[in-house]
Design a protein around this ligand. Structure first.
Ligand code: ZN
Length: 138
């Protein structure tokens, strides 16, 4: 069986990092599928999905690393072409990736104790975002 659901949320942009673990787990729990995989996907070009130990120190560390890896204040061809000033956000999102697949057993995600699913919104302004969660299994 396959169940597809969505999570809607507001972000602040500017590498805003949001823990969506509980909402993904609720979709798995409510799916009536006992064992399988949950795919978490964002259809947005300035958002990434990954996992982290969600605590304020690491959240700040990840934000700082992105600024070093893909700085905001260097020229991007995308900004020259489109003028929306978020070339860095698109590049960061491409590097992080737009999806994550997590196995679950007995309707529980097999995440580690210190491992949460996060959405990272790199865009340069607050946005409304939709996360697609597709649950497959039996
Ligand atoms: Zn853009």
């Amino acid at each position: 069986m396959i169940v597809t659901n969505e999570i809607s949320l507001r972000t602040q942009g500017d590498t805003d990092i949001i823990d969506i673990t509980a909402r993904v787990q609720k979709i798995v729990t409510d799916s009536t599928i006992n064992n399988g995989i949950a795919t978490v996907f964002v259809a947005h070009s300035t958002v990434g999905i990954t996992t982290i130990e969600f605590e304020p120190g690491l959240v700040a560390d990840l934000q700082k690393v992105w600024e070093k890896l893909v700085p905001k204040n260097i020229p991007y061809d995308h900004d020259t072409r489109w003028g929306d000033g978020n070339g860095y956000a698109h590049v960061r999102a491409s590097l992080m990736g737009a999806s994550l697949t997590v196995p679950f057993t007995d309707r529980k995600l097999t995440l580690g104790t210190w491992q949460q699913i996060i959405l990272v919104d790199f865009d340069n302004r607050p946005r409304s975002r939709t996360v697609i969660v597709q649950v497959m299994g039996e």
